[in-house]
Write a new protein. Structure first.
Length: 120
């Protein structure tokens, strides 16, 4: 990790649902998870290429309805990868913005928005 790198924390409410979305659909991998005791909230680190995200069930760690922007050089490859999975809850498309970026926006099951973007 480089100096100045940011690792967002996104609030989740259901680990199984989060894993289905982030691991199975988006293609992230589970790096590690932490839980103080059984029946306590879970905290996870997931990654895909150079992107690292933390997911937390802890009430005070983050608020739902967050949005993060993730630079993704090969955005059309990501779109193709996601389209092939035919995930019934999300059919993201690449859109060109007025500010000359290509963006693929996806909302997770907990109302957090991930905006993958590249220069147009």
């Amino acid at each position: 990790m480089q100096s100045g790198s940011i690792t967002p924390i996104l609030r989740i409410f259901d680990v199984v649902l989060a894993q289905s979305f982030y691991l199975d659909f988006l293609g992230f991998q589970l790096d590690w998870q932490h839980q103080f005791e059984d029946n306590f909230p879970l905290y996870l680190q997931i990654s895909k290429d150079d992107c690292i995200i933390h997911l937390s069930e802890h009430f005070g760690d983050a608020s739902p309805h967050s949005a993060i922007r993730i630079y993704w050089e090969h955005i059309y490859e990501l779109h193709s990868e996601l389209s092939q999975k035919d995930y019934k809850f999300s059919k993201p498309q690449v859109e060109k913005t007025d500010w000359e970026t290509l963006e693929l926006s996806i909302t997770d099951p907990f109302s957090n928005r991930l905006i993958f973007w590249a220069d147009a």
